[in-house]
Structure formats: C-alpha cells, structure tokens
Design a protein around this ligand. Structure first.
Ligand SMILES: Cc1cc2nc3c(=O)[nH]c(=O)nc-3n(C[C@H](O)[C@H](O)[C@H](O)COP(=O)(O)OP(=O)(O)OC[C@H]3O[C@@H](n4cnc5c(N)ncnc54)[C@H](O)[C@@H]3O)c2cc1C
Length: 565
C-alpha cells in the first residue's frame, strides 16, 4: 500500500478487483469518486474504483480550477453552500493539500460608486465572516480607482469607480484528483482506469457489485461488492438506466467553456471577476497564462468531449472586452476547453424548467436500491463532504458498523513535510544535480513527492530535460505519470498529468512524439503501437483546437460596462 498507481501493474489490479469481494465498489474516477474511494478506504474498508477513461477525464479536469466559496452563490442566498465551501477551502489550503491548493487574489472592479461599493463590500464582509476562525487567506480590501488601475492596468479607466480585492484559492483539478486517488490507494483502494461498469449485479433487489469491462481488451468480468457507489457525474443516468434503476434525482448538463491566453495578453497582477448579464466572468492567473471564463448553457450532446463552439469563444471575448482597455481577439487565445456541470434538478420532473445558472450547486445523495448509493451535483471544492455523505449513506447498514469519516484529518500524499521540502529546494537540487528552479518546479507541483520524481532523474539523467521548449515540464514527469500516476495513454499525460493540452498553442501536439518515446520505453510499445498512440493523440489535439480554427467572427468593440444587477 504505497500510494503508487503504476500503469505497468494494471493487470494485477484488475485481478484484485475480480478476486473480490469488496466492501465498496466506486463507479467513476472524477473528484467525487476518488474522494469516495479515499473516504471509504480510510475508514478501513476494502475498496475498488473503476473509471471508464482516465482519472479526471470527465468534468474534473475541465473546471475553472477554483477552490472557492462562490461569491455569486452568496447573492443567490445559498448561504449553507458558501459557508461549507469556504470552510473546505481553508482546510485544503492550510492542512490537507497546501502543496496543491493555493490562495489567489481577485479584483472586483466597481462601476457605480454609490450603490455598488456598499453592496459588494457587505457581501465580502459576509464572505470573510463565513470562514473558520483561523484564516489561511487574507481579508478583502477596498481599492481606489487609482489603486485598481495599479493592480490591473488592463482595465478600462472610464467609469471605473474603484475596486475590491478578495481571496479565494486555485488548484490543478486533474492533478488534485489523481492525488486523491493515489491517497486512496495508499489506504488499500484498488484503482483501475479504462474499466467501465456496464451493469449492476443483483441478488433480488439488492445490488451486489457490477459487471466491469476492461476497455483496453474488451474483456468483461464480475466485481462483487457489499456496496456500490455511483459517482459518474453527467453519466449517472446512463449508469442507472443500464441496470433499470430509477434514481431519485435527475442530472442536467450545463456546458462551461474557458479560454487560455498568455499572461502578456492582459496586464494585471491579480485575478479578476466581473459581472455579466447572466453570471460572472473570471480572469484566473494560471502560471504564465490566463484562464478566462466561463459560460453556462444547456448541453444534450456528447458527454465525453463536449465541444466549444466559435460562438462560445466570441461570447467570452466579448464579455472580457467590456472591461478591458485593449480588446482581446482570437489571436490572443492559445487554447479553449469545455466541461459539463452535473447539475441536479431540485425535484423529479423539474429538469428543463430553470435556466442552468439558477440550478443549485448542492449535491444530492440517493439510495435507490439496497446496496446502492448514488451522488451527483456539488462542486469540486466540496468533494470531501460529498464523499463523506455518500459513503455514510452506502455503509449505514453494513453489518458490524463502520467508523466515521476521517478525511478531515487526513493530508493528501505530498502534503507531509512540505515546509521542510520547500526550504530544502537548493539542497535537493544540488543532491540530484538539477538546477534549483527545476527542483522548485517539481516541489510546486508534487509537494514532498517531488523527491520521487527526482529519484527517476537520478536513474536517467536525460529525464531532467524539458519536455517541450518554453514550458516548465520535465521529461521525468512523463515517466512519473506512468510509473506512479497510472497514465496509460498519451492523452492521459498531455491532457491531465501535465497540462499542455490547454497550455500550448498546438494542444500539446509537438510534445506528443517525445511522450510516446518515453511511454513506449516503460510500457513496451512496439512500432505499430507507437504510431497508433501518436495518431490518436494528434487527432484528439486537432479536435480540441477546432473551435479556434473555425471562421472568425468579429469581436465587437466594448460598448457597455457591466453594472450590478
Ligand atoms: C466549466 C466548469 C467550471 C467549474 N468550475 C468549478 C470551480 O472553479 N470550482 C468548483 O468547486 N467546482 C467547479 N466546477 C464543478 C466541478 O468541476 C464538478 O462538480 C466536479 O468536477 C464533478 O466531479 P465528478 O467526479 O462528480 O464528475 P466527473 O469528473 O465527470 O467524473 C465522473 C467520472 O465517471 C466516469 N464514468 C462514467 N460512467 C462510468 C462507468 N459506467 N464506469 C466507470 N466510470 C464511469 C467518467 O468517465 C468520469 O470520469 C466546474 C464545472 C464546470 C463544468
């Protein structure tokens, strides 16, 4: 039980699942499923997790990457959600995952001097007050117009009436999900990707496991478990209907699109949040990039790869340009990505009636059959509470009783000894013979697990080379993705273990040959397999860039300044 997901040991993991029986089988390897696996495994239960594609391949790699209370939910009166989310944010920043979750400032520009400052100010006082007693992030602050322009010279100066600055936190969502799954494995969970639950096993009305299909070979086998937990996000209804289960909730898909741009496109040293007519638009600092979004529209198409349209791109540019002095154009956009929010309709039959911006972001747990629990909705930020709730519901009548959730006291892998590891960056760099900035880069991404990546470099010096010029990732991170983070395909590496899919202007295509070479060495790919893997990734990258290469629509010059509703 080392917390290692080694792609080379996948067969052994499949055998362990088939050998069963498990206490809990989790279906779905997004943040909710990974969280549920960790929650159950750390209560001493025998746990298995199956994921159809890759960890975080669904919504959990396509979010705004914020760990936040959600200022706009406060305005909607969703106080419980905001309070819970802020407490979770603080717990993750301070104790459970300080290596992965970092505070980030947001500037809220004000345009109506008299009404807006007291209104937004009161909201932020409440937002700050809802945190726990120990504050790991600073209080909000008021800025004058001049102060606002100093922090964000990119803003249009006309009609600007000052700003507020408040703090939330951000995370690499896919990396976080993998780390939660690895921490679950550390406590004995068997985690297998590219394995789908195709139907539920039944003994009368009781659910006793699932039929699982290995997506790499097409082979199916039974996995027996006392309890099954469905954490399939926007796929929940498909999992239910495949086995004739009538669940008590309905999932409605809402598509959200983000644009990624270089930092030079927008001159500001802080994140920004501005109001749009329907919701809010975030400008989120992302290392040497900006992530700008998002949208919120109903979606009924393909769940696996929701497509951003040229209209989505132009909508975001148009909204951003309402507040920016120098308008952004498509030429500024490096990449675009889309994700699907698994929103739960408030009551059966209500789906389809409310606009998705108004649907609750709270989660729903259902136990439609004995032995089966299912969860959907919620937010990345509150995954730990969601996991606790669904495991509680699943094991409520498990004979012998089950201890309460302990994840509130359980730091994720890589969090232990973080201050010491950070302080030792120079010494580690000297010890492993790498430049100090490379050691610091690894510590910033892996926390104390950086030493495992450095160990790979010690064995193979070439792995200290950059994966792609102009990007911070090292070749060692590709090897580590295979040997420690369960990456089976090039897409797993470039889309989720490193983020070149969304951070480079060619969706990671030019790094793909090197990734294939490193993976082939570790996974024994022959020439034909290498060619197939490369072609598959290049097709995937091209499809992802499609919204940007579509015919350009002129972006309107800014005419209207957003004002509070
Ligand atoms: C645009 C956007 C922005 C967002 N921004 C934020 C934010 O900033 N902060 C925040 O807190 N939240 C945010 N969210 C919400 C958050 O991302 C989601 O709530 C969360 O990622 C959902 O995780 P999940 O595990 O429930 O679903 P998913 O991540 O979709 O995981 C479900 C998994 O189940 C797998 N699966 C499906 N069927 C099967 C099967 N039969 N067998 C095996 N596996 C199966 C799928 O492959 C998938 O990986 C955002 C969401 C979107 C769309």
């Amino acid at each position: 039980m080392t917390g290692v997901l080694d792609a080379r040991s996948r067969d052994a993991s499949l055998q362990a699942l088939a050998a069963g029986p498990l206490d809990v089988l989790v279906i779905g390897g997004g943040i909710t499923g990974a969280g549920a696996a960790l929650d159950a495994a750390s209560r001493g239960l025998r746990v298995g997790l199956v994921e159809s594609r890759d960890l975080a391949a669904g919504t959990s790699s396509r979010s705004s990457k914020l760990i936040h209370g959600g200022l706009r939910y406060l305005e909607q009166g969703d106080f419980k959600l905001v309070r819970e989310a802020l407490r979770e944010r603080d717990l993750l920043v301070s104790r459970l995952a300080p290596h992965l979750v970092r505070p980030v400032p947001f500037l809220y520009p004000l345009y109506k001097k008299v009404v807006e400052r007291p209104y937004i100010g009161a909201g932020l006082v409440l937002y700050d007050a809802m945190e726990g007693v120990k504050r790991p992030v600073p209080h909000h602050r008021h800025l004058t117009t001049r102060g606002a322009l100093r922090r964000a010279p990119a803003l249009r100066a006309d009609r600007l009436a000052g700003a507020m600055v408040y703090y939330d936190a951000q995370v690499d969502d896919a990396r976080y999900t993998v780390t939660v799954a690895r921490t679950a494995a550390r406590f004995g969970a068997v985690v297998v990707t590219r394995a789908s639950a195709t139907s539920l096993l039944r003994d009368g009305s009781r659910v006793t496991g699932a039929v699982v299909q290995d997506e790499e070979t097409g082979r199916s086998f039974d996995v027996h478990a006392s309890r099954v937990i469905v954490c399939a996000g926007v796929w929940s209804d498909l999992v239910h209907s495949a086995s004739g289960v009538r669940a008590g909730y309905q999932v409605r898909m809402s598509k959200g699109v983000h644009l990624v741009m270089p930092r030079s496109a927008i001159d500001a040293d802080t994140g920004m949040i501005v109001r749009t007519s329907k919701s809010v638009l975030f400008f989120i600092p992302w290392e040497t990039r900006w992530i700008v979004g998002t949208t919120d529209t109903d979606w009924t198409g393909d769940r696996s790869e929701p497509a951003a349209t040229p209209e989505d791109v132009d909508y975001i540019l148009g909204q951003a340009n309402r507040v920016l002095a120098k308008p952004l154009t498509r030429a500024d956009v490096l990449a675009v990505y889309a994700g699907l929010r698994p929103l739960v309709a408030e009551a059966e039959g209500a789906a389809g009636e409310k606009p998705t911006t108004k649907l609750s972001r709270e989660h729903v747990v259902d136990t439609p059959l004995p032995g089966l629990a299912s969860i959907a909705g919620g937010k990345f930020t509150t995954y730990r509470l969601m996991a606790r709730d669904v495991v509680d519901a699943a094991v409520a009548d498990l004979p012998g009783g089950v201890p309460a959730s302990v994840t509130g006291q359980l730091p994720l892998l890589g969090a232990d000894g973080l201050p010491a590891v950070r302080a030792s960056a120079g010494r580690l760099a000297a010890h492993y013979g790498v430049p100090v900035e490379k050691a610091a880069h690894l510590i910033a991404r892996y926390g104390s697990l950086a030493i495992e990546v450095l160990d790979l470099i010690r064995g193979e010096k070439l792995l200290a080379q950059p994966l792609l010029d102009g990007h911070p990732y090292l070749r060692a991170e590709v090897a580590y993705a295979v040997t420690h983070e369960g990456a089976l395909h090039v897409e797993d590496v470039l889309a989720r273990r490193v983020r070149l899919l969304i951070e480079s202007s060619d969706a990671g295509a030019s790094a793909a040959p090197e990734v294939v070479a490193i993976m082939a060495g570790l996974l024994g790919w022959n020439r034909r397999r290498r060619a197939t893997e490369l072609r598959r990734y290049l097709e995937f990258a091209a499809a992802n860039a499609a919204a940007l290469s579509a015919p350009a629509v002129m972006t309107e010059a800014p005419t209207e300044i957003p004002v509070p509703a």
